[in-house]
Unconditional design. Structure first.
Length: 178
């Protein structure tokens, strides 16, 4: 082979090598461009989902604002009773402060809803017999002293003596689950 043919062969091999390198570079560029496009699309989708979640959060906040406001106002009343014994003690204090004649009292802790904020309630069955005005005033003070209570039964009958009334009362006090 003469020098002329050797040089042509060398140039042909260099051109082939350059073509191979350019092709590899083009393939790598296309792969990187495809990955970049996929990442951009995923980022846009995630951004849209984040915006949608923000809109839903604002909507939920506006819908529940009144409920959350009421909850914050009432929470201290519920927080006073973290155990049924706390509620039982508070009822005993109200009875003692009211100076009414208590015939009978029965306390029972009952589960309301498992794993809820208010999981149980203290059910107090009270029977009071005393003067009419004193007993009804005491009932009003009971509702003031324990505003979170619910009176589920209240039977008022004539008492044994002249101006006395017989009051059968069922009071339910929710116990806050911490």
């Amino acid at each position: 082979m003469n020098n002329h043919k050797s040089a042509c062969l060398l140039i042909l091999m260099l051109i082939t090598g350059m073509l191979y390198g350019v092709n590899q570079l083009r393939n790598a560029t296309n792969t990187a461009r495809d990955l970049s496009n996929e990442a951009r699309i995923e980022a846009e989708t995630a951004e849209q989902q984040a915006q949608l979640a923000q809109i839903q959060l604002k909507s939920l906040e506006s819908k529940t604002a009144e409920l959350r406001s009421a909850f914050t106002k009432w929470e201290p009343h519920f927080a006073n009773y973290s155990t049924p014994q706390d509620a039982e003690q508070r009822i005993a204090e109200v009875i003692r402060d009211g100076d009414v004649f208590l015939l009978s009292q029965k306390f029972e802790a009952r589960e309301v809803e498992k794993d809820a904020l208010i999981s149980e309630a203290l059910i107090a069955d009270l029977i009071v017999e005393d003067e009419y005005s004193k007993t009804l005033n005491w009932l009003g003070r009971l509702e003031e002293a324990i505003p979170s209570c619910r009176i589920s039964r209240c039977n008022i009958k004539r008492g044994e003596r002249g101006n006395d009334i017989h009051l059968e009362l069922r009071v339910e006090i929710p116990v806050l689950n911490k």
